[in-house]
Design a protein around this ligand. Structure first.
Ligand SMILES: Nc1nc2c(ncn2[C@@H]2O[C@H](COP(=O)(O)OP(=O)(O)OP(=O)(O)O)[C@@H](O)[C@H]2O)c(=O)[nH]1
Ligand SMILES: [Mg+2]
Length: 190
């Protein structure tokens, strides 16, 4: 599997790494498992993971094998992010998504136990409006049987109307490499 290293964190355009490499954004509800997936890919604790949701507050940029950049985004749906903070957060995300020409795709991660909701739909629509392709990673697959995993994939494909839905587990590493291969093959290589 690929070698991954932390580059830097940032909030504004001027903080983002200057690079010709393409970028892939990892987005999703707080606690979905974004940082955990990065750590699997990195084979190391490069991203902060915690029981407390809302751990990731900045955009964190990681170099994947000198081949592309993965961006760990702060999760949404974090209840105690109120008022001003929520506004700042939205602005950061929207700025990033609409002003980063090297953005080649977005993976929306979500807990396999959940349904596709308005937050996911809005995010996917927003990104696809900028002609950026979206795939879905269904996390925490280790909690489910093979049969239930297959059902969840079908359910989310229907709800999201997206074809590319990958079951993954950061605990068993199941599916993590397949998702990385999909990203590379579909969004980076050409
Ligand atoms: N069982 C299981 N637990 C997981 C998996 N992935 C993440 N978790 C747990 O879910 C919690 C949240 O994981 P994070 O990776 O921090 O989630 P995040 O999406 O980065 O969250 P924010 O930074 O708040 O947006 C942690 O307690 C993880 O250990 C998984 O595949 N299986
Ligand atoms: Mg995180």
């Amino acid at each position: 599997m690929a070698k991954m290293t932390f580059i830097k964190s940032g909030v504004k355009m001027k903080d983002f790494p200057v690079s010709k490499l393409r970028e892939v954004a990892l987005a999703g509800r707080s606690n979905a498992g974004k940082s955990s997936l990065i750590n699997v890919w990195a084979k190391d604790k490069v991203a902060k993971v915690s029981q407390a949701p809302g751990k990731t507050r900045l955009l964190n940029f990681f170099n994947m094998n000198d081949s592309y950049i993965v961006v760990d985004m702060p999760g949404y749906g974090y209840a105690s992010r109120g008022g001003e903070e929520l506004k700042t957060w939205r602005k950061m995300i929207e700025n990033y998504l609409s002003q980063r020409p090297q953005l080649a795709g977005m993976v929306i991660l979500m807990d396999m136990a959940r349904d596709w909701q308005d937050d996911e739909e809005l995010l996917a629509q927003f990104v696809m409006r900028h002609d950026i392709p979206v795939a879905v990673g269904l996390t925490k697959a280790d909690k489910f049987s093979k049969r239930d995993i297959a059902k969840a994939v079908e359910r989310i494909q229907k709800q999201s109307r997206l074809q590319e839905v990958f079951p993954i587990s950061s605990q068993t590493r199941e599916g993590c490499e397949e998702l990385e291969e999909f990203i590379y093959r579909s969004w980076i290589k050409e």
